[in-house]
Design a protein around this ligand. Sequence first.
Ligand code: SAM
Ligand code: SF4
Length: 351
Amino acid sequence: MREPMRVAEKLIGEHTLSGEEWRVLLENSDREMTELIKNAAREVTDSVFGRQVYIRGLIEFTNICKKDCYYCGIRKSNSCVERYRLTEEEILSCCEEGYEAGFRTFVLQGGEDGYFTEERLCVLVNEIHTKYPDCAITLSVGEWEKESYERFYAAGAERFLLRQETANAEHYGKLHPGNQPFATRMECLRYLKDIGYQTGCGFLVGSPYQTIDCIIEDLLFLERFRPQMVGIGPFLPAKNTPFESEAAGSSELTLFLLSAIRLMLPEVLLPATTALGTARSDGRLQGLLHGANVIMPNLSPARVREKYSLYDNKVHSGNEAAEHLEALRTELAKADFTVAMSRGDAPGFAK
Ligand code: SAM
Ligand code: SF4
């Protein structure tokens, strides 16, 4: 058997590869091997989750951010962005609308906005938790002290998404300014896991300066860290950022990596991300066919969606919008998937 096929079979059978074996896979991914990996990943997903796709209601509650990640369209230094911040009442009415539509998970995502202090976020999380005790609350609000993460958890947030973006320290330094150290990102991820959050990390595929070595480090990091969720999506350039003229990441490589991650971490919650859905029109469906099992429709008020512009041409009005849940159901049913409106906890965390 050819070496790449042998390595692919090992990943399928043993769920682990060495750095050198990952290199063989990444450098020799021909059609036969990618098909093998894709089909095996979907089989594993079916055996763990069936054909159910977990649905999360995404609320992009502020695009104001004090950080300056070079890749991000809403970074502090982008003066061309029209900034917005939802009020607490608006956020609660997104939840209400989502709850009525059947959502049982809310993901509050935003820039690191100074208005949303630890205390205000705790009050907000507590209000949502008290009003909707049967729902899971996920936060994706960046880097905080350990005590703040603990208070958010005590207020009712059980899940947290914080991508490492890249597991290679040098590469991280090329994607972020010097006052955003790699060590802080890693420390935050450790805190989240230790506190007991269902923790999500992940990386940008095809970000500037990314090499195969970086991707290998990301995969090995995921294997060590064992997150409950992994979010990966292609890097997409954003206007008025230092990377505005860089090439977009490859959606094929993203799909291949989704399958590889599924095979390495069979029980992980793996979203087919909006970035993938933006990179290609069938991106989210292809994501599911490659081993993803989560979709996060947008519950934010329609008037702000365009302003949460992490990258150019971000989709915001098609089947990724929460109000088109029925259309999403129909689209997924064609590929034999069903929409699961349950909390969709990570295995081992079920309530
Ligand atoms: N501020 C929080 C944080 O950084 O974790 C949450 C919001 S942030 C916008 C969510 C994710 O968007 C980041 O983790 C990053 O990977 C992704 N993102 C930002 N800019 C992007 C781009 N140009 N292309 C693709 N994804 C991007
Ligand atoms: Fe802010 Fe997150 Fe964008 Fe970085 S990725 S600039 S922290 S919103």
